[in-house]
Design a protein around this ligand. Structure first.
Ligand SMILES: C[S@@+](CC[C@H](N)C(=O)[O-])C[C@H]1O[C@@H](n2cnc3c(N)ncnc32)[C@H](O)[C@@H]1O
Length: 258
């Protein structure tokens, strides 16, 4: 029976090793088939090889029930890499692309949380909740480019604002944008204490939610709010759900700590 006191949820199998393994298996089966064909005198060529590898990787992703977007990535990864090789781009382009991704999306690697931003309605709702704690302390876990903190700095002038962000470029954008109006730390949200904050906000992904809830229960004081944009805590009903209109159909899930 789900309860507020928290279930220990078994963690899902790590995604990255699964993806690496399925590509190895897809290559092994395709190369074996190609070797068989070559032995009987048929050469299928490089393009057919990568297309078959993509199809095999997609089939395995489907069998493993990986998230839909991972199925598409696995289908297209090696065919796209092969096409890119045909274009004979300078290696500097790949390095630049990798550096840009690492600087902006580091959280996607370390905690499987990419960068996307809180919308206007959600900002207003969070500001309204924070107003219930005059002079209160607010923490944005993974504050991105600081848009929510900037909104709160304007709407809740007395609030003490904090953010933590792991990706260097968004962190720098937050720092420049907020100056002294918020304390924004470059670091991992898993090292951030939650005690002493009146409102803690997370717009992350399903992956860290069970662990975060356990931490919130241990550290946040009774009466404070834990707010998640869009992502549920497995097995724990929120005290309030605010549906947010807009294309992304997001919602705020709000727990009042006891
Ligand atoms: C969905 S965005 C939300 C941004 C911002 N809170 C907002 O609402 O506009 C999630 C952010 O969390 C950051 N992030 C992911 N994993 C993190 C981690 N382990 N520690 C700190 N920040 C992290 C990402 O880099 C990204 O900027």
């Amino acid at each position: 029976m789900p309860s507020r006191d928290g279930l220990l949820i078994a963690p899902a199998a790590p995604l990255l090793p699964q993806v690496l393994l399925l590509h190895v298996l897809a290559w092994a089966s395709v190369l074996l088939a190609a070797a068989g064909l070559a032995w009987s005198g048929t050469d299928i060529g490089a393009l057919a090889l990568v297309l078959l590898q993509g199809a095999a990787a997609w089939g395995l992703s489907f069998r493993l029930e990986l998230p839909r977007w991972w199925q598409w990535i696995n289908l297209g990864f090696f065919p796209a890499a092969w096409l890119a090789l045909q274009a004979e781009l300078s290696p500097a382009w790949y390095l630049a692309g990798f550096a840009l991704l690492a600087l902006t999306q580091w959280g996607a690697v370390s905690t499987r949380v990419p960068l996307y931003l809180t919308g206007r309605r959600a900002r207003e709702e969070v500001a309204r909740r924070l107003a219930g704690y005059p002079g209160g302390s607010f923490l944005d876990l993974g504050c991105g480019t600081g848009g929510l903190l900037a909104h709160l700095a304007r709407s809740n002038r007395a609030a003490r604002l904090h953010g933590v962000e792991t990706a260097p470029l968004p962190w720098l954008a937050s720092r420049l944008r907020l100056g002294r109006r918020a304390e924004v730390r470059l670091g991992d949200l898993r090292d951030e204490g939650l005690a002493g904050h009146d409102v803690v906000y997370a717009f992350l992904s399903p992956e860290p939610m069970a662990r975060l809830w356990q931490q919130a229960r241990r550290e946040m004081r009774p009466g404070s709010l834990f707010i998640s944009n869009s992502f549920a805590v497995p097995g724990i009903e929120p005290d309030e759900t605010v549906e947010l209109d807009g294309g992304r159909q997001t919602r705020l899930l709000i727990w009042r700590m006891r």
